[in-house]
Ligand binder design. Structure first.
Ligand code: ZN
Length: 213
């Protein structure tokens, strides 16, 4: 599947502990936003942003690749069947700027959809997932664990989440869904070394990247 995404659909506040750390209420329906294809870079490229825009937070997220079109699906089980691969991604967020935009009631895109704001690792075949409600992953920065993800703690289970997304946005083949970040988001610094680990059924998948000075 070499087709790139037409869009990356992202979920905000999908873990209660993260909503709480930013002082946000736990939502009663998924908070959705979109990153354009131009935001996408591979994890093999170093992370960078314009420092004039303020600090940049890491948000490590389980990410899903859609291999079958999904539109208006109401059955969570059928929605899950559209997923062809999973990986970890970074939803890079210019937090100072996002806070300023939120205060002004403006959209988030400047803070979350800029070039290079969607960092994806290599795709892992969906056969590595044995239980969608029991996927574990982590992000280490400079050898310290900063974020731990466990899909059992998602406010909206993945199937229900995908079904809900498909009511709003037609998901095309190659589209990506970032399922939201657990607690532990923090600012990145030049030279930081990042390591992301996804526990698969047969092995752990480990990826490295760094922040450009
Ligand atoms: Zn996020």
């Amino acid at each position: 599947m070499s087709q790139g995404p037409s869009k990356i659909v992202c979920v905000g506040r999908s873990y209660a502990d993260h909503a709480k750390e930013l002082g946000n209420a736990v939502p009663d329906q998924p908070v959705l936003f979109i990153k354009p294809p131009s935001s996408l870079i591979s994890l093999s490229q170093a992370i960078s942003w314009n420092p004039a825009w303020g600090n940049c937070h890491h948000e490590c997220e389980l990410s899903l690749r859609i291999d079958r079109p999904l539109k208006g699906e109401t059955d969570p089980v059928k929605a899950i069947e559209a997923i062809g691969a999973v990986t970890l991604g970074l939803d890079l967020t210019l937090r100072d700027l996002q806070d300023a935009l939120k205060n002004k009631g403006q959209p988030w895109e400047r803070a979350k959809a800029f070039d290079g704001s969607c960092v994806l690792a290599d795709w892992v075949d969906v056969s590595e997932v044995s239980d969608w409600n029991n996927i574990h992953y982590s992000l280490e920065v400079n050898d310290v664990v900063r974020q731990k993800g466990d899909t059992a703690l998602l406010i909206f289970e993945i199937g229900a989440l995908l079904a809900e997304i498909s009511q709003v946005f037609s998901l095309d083949v190659g589209d990506v869904v970032m399922t939201g970040t657990p607690a532990g988001v923090a600012a990145l610094n030049a030279g930081d070394q990042l390591k992301m680990t996804l526990k698969g059924q047969t092995q752990d998948f480990v990826w490295h990247t760094s922040v450009q000075a």
